[in-house]
Structures are given as structure tokens and as C-alpha cells.
Design a binder for this molecule. Structure first.
Ligand SMILES: [Zn+2]
Length: 373
């Protein structure tokens, strides 16, 4: 997460320095005005970074010569950016610890740091990036925040009488729940996950058999006394069987086998009696561990029953944070299903984008309901 705001700041700083250092006299003389919001001023940050660099240069800390001949403004820009990053980095932890509210993201132990590049941010709609930043730093105008900012006296949610925090709106609002809004988000992510798993199953090779090969004195000899089974790749959950069927609890998908109804996704092989149940939750990020433990417990009895009936059963809870933070459990699942390389990078990205895309919509819907009265 740390880098969303940082990349934003660095991007703005880069743009400003490039405009300032431009060879084009017109661009150079026009004082650029870059919109960055009230709290953080790009010109001030760049000036501050330049000052820092000057001091460092004087005391001999910088190795690359600043402002020298044709090393060009690229390196200078990058040095300024570096300086801003340094500052961001040191204030980040400090700030997070001081402010319990905005420090929440430091508690997302299980969430994998989501690092957005400037390119990502460049391609994100302004509203989307603004929602992401505001929701992660808990700066959305929920009633609890409005009370904190002195703009309201009552933090109760008028629709369901709960404490209206960001978490409340994004994941535990009773009206949103009853209207199926969280289910809608859940199912959008589920669809991506099921598709990802489905493609994985198509790539599974049954355990390969090959002749044992011996090397003696640099010469390769083949063993001719029959073949030995060697697993040529790391053992994945789907290895050794090639008739897996993936079903999902979604209207357009194949239905679950009769022995099992509940989970979100079932990967099963009738001939080998193996069942892998995947249960997806899209919780508020600080509740991911809780969600994982809950789902594990929920399926304990069912797993035991299936085992009694002779099945090899396994339940795999997976969490994708409601603001797009993929957890180790999701990476773990993909890796156990032997989804590798490009796909393993792409799949979580699709999952987190889908979750993160859906949440602003839920937020807006609820705000609209609230402002009806
Ligand atoms: Zn409510």
C-alpha cells in the first residue's frame, strides 16, 4: 500500500521537474500549476528535496554530480524523486504509529503490500485512485469520520443504527447486506477466481513417467530395466489426475457434485474421489485473518464427513480484501494449483482490481440511500 501515495507524489514531482528543466523556452517560462490537493504541495516538496540534495552535495554525500553538464535533467529529476521517497519513507511509519486511524494499514499483516506503479496510477480513473487512497487511509466521509472532524455530532448509521465507520459501509452494513450488494461484489471476484482455476486445470499434467538416467564418467547411460515414475515438477494439488471438474456457485457455471452443495468453488475428480473446496471471502482488510479462521472452522465438519465417505477432501479459504488487497492465501492457492509464471502475476491482479472496482460502487450506493432523507 505504501507506494500509492508515494508514487502519486513522485509522479507529480517528476512532472514538475521535467517542466522546469524543459529545453523548450515556452514550457520553461510558464509557471506550471499542478493540482495536488491542499495538504501536499508539489512545488514545496520539490524545493525541499532540492534543498536536501544541495546540503548533501555540499557535505559530499551525493555521488552523481548535480546539475552538471549533459548528465541531463533525467538524473537530476531522479535524484529529486529519490529524496522525496526518502522523506515519504521515514514519515510514513512515524505517522502511521502516531495516528491510530490512518495507521490501520500497518495492521494488515496478512495482506500483501500492493505496490502500484506510476503507470498503474496513470491509467486509473481519478475517482478510482482517490477512493482507494481515501479508503485505505480512512479518509472517506463516513459518519464516524465526520464526527472526528467536528462536522457532525452523531456517528450512528441512520439506515441500520450501527456505528457508521468505513468498515461498516464497505462490509457490514445491514441494508447493503440485505440488498445483496456485498454478494454482488463477492460474486464478481468469484467469477474471476473460478475462471483462473479453470484454466489451471487444463494445464495439469498427470505424473510423468520417464526412464531413469545415470551418468558415469561423463557418459549418459539409460537404464533399460523398465521405467520409474519421477515427478518432474513440484507436486501440486491437481497433479496425478487429469479429470478434474471445476464447478462454482454462480448461475452460469457447472453445478457442484451431489455430495457437496455449499462452497464457492469445488474442484473435484470423481474417479479418484478427490474434492478441493475453495471458499472466497471479500472482507475488510483488517478482518482477513478472522475471515480465514472462520471459513476453516465452518468447513471442518463437512471435510470430516467427506473423509468418512472415502473422499480425499480439502478446504481452502481464500481472501481478497474489499479494497483490492490480495492475501497470501490467494497466492498460496494459485501456487498449489500450479498456476505459475505470467498467470500467477495476472490472476491476483484481476482479483484485486475486481474487488477494488466494486467497493466504490457500494460506497456510492449507500451514500445515495443515506442522502435521500
Ligand atoms: Zn448501516
Amino acid at each position: 500500500m505504501k507506494s500509492i501515495l508515494e508514487e502519486y507524489k513522485c509522479g507529480k514531482a517528476r512532472l514538475l521537474t521535467m517542466l522546469e528543466e524543459s529545453d523548450d523556452p515556452v514550457v520553461k517560462t510558464v509557471q506550471p500549476s499542478l493540482k495536488t490537493g491542499r495538504k501536499w504541495k508539489v512545488t514545496e516538496a520539490v524545493d525541499e528535496a532540492k534543498e536536501c540534495l544541495k546540503i548533501k552535495e555540499v557535505i559530499g554525500q551525493t555521488q552523481r554530480g548535480l546539475g552538471s553538464t549533459t548528465a541531463k535533467w533525467w538524473s537530476k529529476t531522479e535524484m529529486i524523486i529519490d529524496e522525496i521517497r526518502n522523506k515519504e519513507d521515514s514519515t510514513r511509519v512515524q505517522k502511521a504509529d502516531q495516528q491510530p486511524q490512518q495507521g490501520q494499514w500497518t495492521n494488515w499483516d496478512t495482506a500483501i503490500q500492493r505496490s502500484l506503479t506510476w503507470n498503474d496510477i496513470w491509467h486509473m480513473a481519478p475517482l478510482r485512485i482517490s477512493f482507494l487512497i481515501k479508503s485505505v487511509y480512512d479518509l472517506l466521509p463516513s459518519n464516524a469520520n465526520l464526527v472526528r472532524w467536528g462536522k457532525k455530532v452523531n456517528l450512528t448509521c441512520p439506515l441500520c443504527q450501527g456505528r457508521q465507520t468505513t468498515e461498516h459501509v464497505l462490509s457490514s452494513h445491514k441494508v447493503a447486506l440485505s440488498q445483496g450488494r456485498y454478494t454482488w461484489r463477492h460474486n464478481r471476484v468469484l467469477k474471476e477466481l473460478a475462471s483462473g482455476i479453470s484454466t489451471a486445470k487444463g494445464e495439469i499434467h498427470p505424473s510423468s513417467t520417464s526412464s531413469a538416467v545415470f551418468t558415469t564418467k561423463g557418459k549418459v547411460k539409460k537404464w533399460h530395466g523398465g521405467s520409474i515414475t519421477i515427478n518432474t515438477h513440484r507436486k501440486g494439488l491437481l497433479d496425478g489426475c487429469d479429470n478434474w471438474v471445476v464447478s462454482a456457485d454462480l448461475p452460469e457455471w457447472e453445478r457442484h457434485p451431489d455430495v457437496i452443495r455449499k462452497p464457492d468453488i469445488v474442484i473435484h475428480s470423481a474417479s479418484t474421489q478427490q474434492i478441493i473446496m475453495v471458499e472466497l471471502t471479500v472482507p475488510y482488510e483488517s478482518r482477513m485473518e478472522e475471515a480465514h479462521a472462520f471459513k476453516e472452522g465452518k468447513y471442518l465438519d463437512l471435510t470430516k464427513e467427506l473423509k468418512k465417505d472415502g473422499y480425499e477432501a480439502k478446504v481452502m479459504p481464500v481472501e481478497i480484501g474489499d479494497r483490492g488487497f490480495v492475501v497470501f492465501s490467494a497466492y498460496g492457492l494459485l501456487s498449489k494449483l500450479s498456476i505459475g509464471g505470467n498467470k500467477r502475476t495476472k490472476a491476483p491482479r484481476l482479483l484485486d482490481e475486481t474487488a477494488e472496482n466494486s467497493s466504490p460502487w457500494i460506497w456510492r450506493k449507500i451514500r445515495r440511500l443515506l442522502h435521500k432523507d
